[in-house]
Design a protein around this ligand. Structure first.
Ligand code: C2O
Ligand code: CU
Ligand code: CU
Length: 488
């Protein structure tokens, strides 16, 4: 196995920006190869209760780190909700964390009082959720949504998968059970005594967001997982506050992208890297029987560049916001240790057409809205010049209308923009990046790099009421980079 490139992560490029503790811990990891992937991956249980209780406790992670943690039903990450299209979901959210909170079902199309709007926070007691699943199979997720404190609550442990299945997807016979792996990737800052801490500086809050130097997958630092030499389905979720990953295998092996935020893509797409921004999901198939040597497949985040925009301002914000490895640095994520035999090695017979999707046509759009993302001195990030106000209606759309929204990033940092209760199709992106494999399907979160204009199209079919859209960099969101969307 070639781990030489791992050292790049501490290399001269980013080195001078790293806090000393980060440098030390990374160099230790790099110099002692066999310790990089030291702990077995774990999976949260499936939710089998009608209660989701958020509580607080001091946790020890992988025998070495401590966290003043928040958990759903005592689990980190939260239990996995598995539900089929057409079924009714009901759960009582019980808030025992001593702080305001409310749950949002990210990517789900639900009535306004079920969506976890920040105005619906409760500081104690319970909030009943009940809605019918009426949308495509896909990898959705849930997390808290209180104004100004979503970042710390997600960071301390409140997040879980919300997996929807349907007949169309089941007919494909994709790898399931032990061969389907939900993986939530999160970066963390860890101090010299092993405490995972959340303490963003003003520049982190205002500019880069909170970027850690250590990776957790399903709550375990750089885990390993034993797999068989056969195809697996990986449901990837970037549950980080601010860090973007460029998903790849160390040896450059390709994988097959089959799904995005809103479920199956029309067609599978082969790729050997895939950008995944906070809030985004990707469903990929990996064949561990093919192309990996030494019985090992290392999943990494490959180096990528963030386009600079705004010259001096851009450089300033990079420098000032920095206290962990910068956005775009290379990271080891986890290792798959490939066994010698597969229980059942039937190759999957993937059809060329995974799903028949009718995306809305541009000609059918009722209107186009410009959503400008700016960075303002002394104020931080704004959407169309404003910061969040709890009840001010920022955009009003008519139920059933199809609209094009154009996100224009005039700032110097990336913004993964997320709209509640819709799935949209990305139409175009200015510049040279083009569309990603995941952007051939339905999305609810889209990465808008500095200087880019990204156009998306969607039909607002959700029940009438008040929802939000926002940047899914949680420090940006908490600092007010959020707006109200009213469906009338
Ligand atoms: Cu995943 Cu409004 O958020
Ligand atoms: Cu959401
Ligand atoms: Cu942002």
């Amino acid at each position: 196995m070639n781990r030489k490139t791992f050292l790049k992560y501490t290399g001269a490029g980013a080195g001078f920006l790293l806090a000393p503790s980060v440098i030390t811990s990374c160099m230790n990891a790099g110099s002692n190869d066999s310790d990089v992937y030291g702990f077995p991956l774990q999976f949260p249980d499936t939710l089998n209760s009608d209660q989701l209780q958020a509580s607080r406790s001091n946790l020890t992670i992988a025998e070495q780190y401590t966290l003043d943690g928040l958990q759903f039903n005592g689990s980190l990450p939260g239990p996995i909700v598995r539900i089929k299209r057409g079924e009714r979901f009901h759960v009582q959210f019980q808030n025992d964390i001593g702080q305001e909170s409310i749950i949002h079902w990210h990517g789900m199309i639900v009535p306004p009082d079920m969506d976890g709007h920040p105005k619906d926070v409760i500081s104690e007691g319970s909030y009943p959720y009940e809605f019918t699943i009426n949308q495509r199979a896909g990898t959705y997720w849930y997390h808290p949504h209180p104004h100004k404190i979503t970042g710390p609550q997600v960071y301390r442990g409140l997040a879980g998968f919300f997996i929807v299945t349907d007949d169309e997807e089941q007919a494909l016979n994709l790898p399931s059970g032990d061969y389907e792996l939900p993986l939530v990737i999160q970066d963390r800052k860890i101090d010299d005594s092993g405490n995972i801490y959340y303490n963003p500086s003003t520049p982190e809050r205002m500019m880069t967001g909170y970027l850690g130097g250590h990776i957790l997958v399903n709550g375990i630092p750089n885990p390993y997982h034993e797999v068989q030499p056969r195809p697996y389905r990986l449901r990837l979720l970037n549950g980080s506050n601010a860090r973007i990953y460029n998903i790849a295998f160390r040896n450059g092996n390709s994988f097959t992208v089959i799904g995005s935020d809103g479920g199956l893509l029309p067609q599978p797409v082969e790729s050997n890297e895939l950008l995944l921004a906070p809030g985004e999901r990707a469903d990929i198939l990996v064949d561990f029987s093919n192309g990996f040597s030494n019985n090992s497949a290392e999943l990494i985040s490959k180096e990528f560049s963030v386009p600079s925009n705004g010259g001096m301002m851009g450089n300033m914000s990079q420098l000032m916001g920095q206290s962990g490895p910068e956005q775009g640095s290379e990271f080891p994520l986890m290792e798959f240790r490939i066994g010698n035999e597969a229980d059942s090695s039937a190759p999957i017979d993937l059809p060329r057409q995974l799903s028949d999707i009718n995306f809305p046509n541009e000609e059918d759009a009722e209107r186009t809205r410009s959503i400008e993302l700016n960075m303002e001195m002394m104020r931080g990030h704004t959407i169309n010049g404003r910061q969040f106000e709890m009840l001010r209606v920022d955009e009003e759309v008519s139920q059933g209308d199809t609209e094009i929204w154009e996100f224009i990033n005039n700032s110097a940092v990336p913004h993964p923009m997320h709209i509640h209760v819709v799935q949209f199709k990305v139409l175009s992106r200015s510049g040279s990046r083009g569309l990603l494999p995941t952007e051939t399907g339905w999305k609810d979160t889209v990465l808008v790099m500095p200087g880019e204009r990204v156009r998306v199209i969607m039909t607002f079919d959700a029940p009438k009421g008040l929802y939000v859209f926002h940047c899914h960099n949680l420090e940006h969101e908490d600092a007010g980079m959020m707006a109200n969307l009213k469906i009338v």
